[in-house]
Write a protein that binds this ligand. Structure first.
Ligand SMILES: C[S@@+](CC[C@H](N)C(=O)[O-])C[C@H]1O[C@@H](n2cnc3c(N)ncnc32)[C@H](O)[C@@H]1O
Length: 423
């Protein structure tokens, strides 16, 4: 039996993508051989019972993961993937033999792309998930939504008279959902990611609150803005915030973010040779974009479309690319209007491996553009993940062996890093 057959039985109606049943079963199946399965078993079996019409549907029998990124066979650590999107973080941490034991993403289409690639349907709204029901893990990962903090998000929200940052009561407080999970589960490390503007938002106060809160939870915090342009032909600056638990690591430690390689990338290397005409801008849209740019130029504003130089790099791919593609337009023949990137090209521009599946998975071009625009540049994450694992495995960074005696004078702590002190 193949995983896709199991999934097709679990999900027969579109609405089942956003109910939690399939999330329980797929999480249960992924963790059958590690301690995390107990968190999912009861609900998974209940869901299966509610579905099974044919007695031969036996989830206990071995099956094969026919997805591009199956769980690693010999995992070395556990992580959780919050605000998982389409799994840009998961790819890199799985490559390093990490086992994902929990994922959460509320968008139905992102769930579909995620499942098609990893064989797991993420749970939904993180604000509704009890942190006690999340399995133990070594690393927590969360590229939390950037809308309340990004410049575009802020100006849009200002113009709509909405609150932004932490005052945005729905999206802004998601950071505190991450904190409540960290507080309960105490992972050894975490990796958070957001737009560069997070650092300057509200004159730097937002970032100060973030750093202070994370430190108070017992973590050494390091952060850096990294530009994906050294790894993919796209200017994309994002802030990466890394934390290491004070329980496990020495005070004197310094985490070194990866140093970018010297490289001059060219967008032409990721462009397809033959592209469907549907990606070419209509006369009407092209004229509109040119007039719009002209108007702004006259006012002294820099806003406008971005016609790329094929020998250079592109602007940042955003989640609104599906609207008109204006930030990254590809010039064509002399008498042809420029075109937008295809979803397959967006995939390459974000550094996703070729085997990442986006065709025939029931997700439209519009949704794929949104998904890649919201995502992370995979090669950047790969470097950060490597640096984190290197750091965490380096004995010099770890706390010295501490041996404590309990009331009966027995040693209660034998191994380095087993610091669960309760005397
Ligand atoms: C910036 S994107 C992260 C994308 C991800 N890093 C990737 O590699 O694709 C934030 C994601 O959080 C999801 N999201 C927003 N609010 C959520 C919530 N309350 N619960 C679960 N997911 C949420 C969005 O649908 C979006 O996919």
């Amino acid at each position: 039996m193949k995983y896709s057959e199991i999934r097709n039985r679990l999900i027969q109606k579109e609405s089942q993508w956003i109910e939690e049943g399939a999330a329980y079963v797929t999480h249960y199946l992924q963790s059958r051989d590690n301690g995390a399965s107990k968190y999912y078993e009861d609900e998974a079996l209940k869901y299966i019972d509610s579905l099974v019409q044919e007695p031969e549907f036996n989830y206990e029998i071995p099956f094969k993961y026919d997805v591009p990124f199956p769980p690693p066979e010999n995992s070395k650590f556990k992580f959780i993937d919050l605000f998982a999107g389409i799994g840009g973080f998961r790819i890199s941490f799985q490559e390093l033999n990490g086992k994902c034991v929990f994922s959460s993403e509320w968008n139905k289409y992102a769930k579909k792309t995620y499942d098609a690639n990893f064989g797991e349907v993420p749970f939904g709204d993180i604000t509704q998930i009890d942190e006690k029901k999340i399995p133990d893990h070594d690393i927590l990962i969360g590229g939390f939504p950037c809308q309340p903090f990004s410049i575009a998000g802020v100006s849009k929200k200002n113009s709509l008279g909405k609150k932004h940052g932490f005052l945005d009561e729905t999206q802004g407080t998601l950071f505190f959902d991450i904190c409540r999970i960290i507080k309960e589960k105490k992972p050894k490390a975490f990796l958070l990611e957001n737009v560069k503007n997070l650092k300057s938002h509200d004159k730097g106060n937002t970032f100060k609150v973030i750093e202070k809160t994370l430190k108070k939870l017992g973590y050494f915090v390091f952060s850096k803005v990294l530009d994906a342009k050294y790894y993919v032909p796209q200017h994309r600056e994002r802030i990466f915030i890394v934390g290491f638990s004070m329980e496990y690591f020495n005070e004197s430690v310094v985490f070194n973010f990866p140093k970018p390689p010297k490289s001059e990338l060219q967008i032409k290397t990721i462009l397809e040779k033959k592209v469907d005409k549907k990606y070419t801008l209509s006369d009407k849209l092209w004229e509109y974009l040119q007039n719009y740019a002209k108007k702004h130029r006259e006012k002294g504003n820099g806003f406008g479309f971005g016609l790329v130089d094929k020998n250079g790099i592109s602007r940042t791919l955003s989640a609104r690319y599906y609207k008109d593609g204006s930030e990254i337009l590809i010039p064509q023949g002399k008498d042809e209007n420029p075109r937008r990137l295809t979803p397959e090209e967006c995939k390459k521009l974000m550094g996703y491996p070729d085997k990442f599946k986006i065709k025939n998975i029931g997700v439209s071009d519009t949704q794929l553009y949104k998904q890649f625009g919201n995502s992370v540049a995979v090669p950047v994450v790969r470097e950060v993940a490597n640096a984190m694992l290197y750091f965490m495995n380096n004995d010099q960074n770890k706390k010295e062996k501490v041996i404590l005696m309990n009331k009966n004078n027995e040693e209660i702590l034998k191994e380095k890093n087993e610091i669960k002190i309760s005397v």
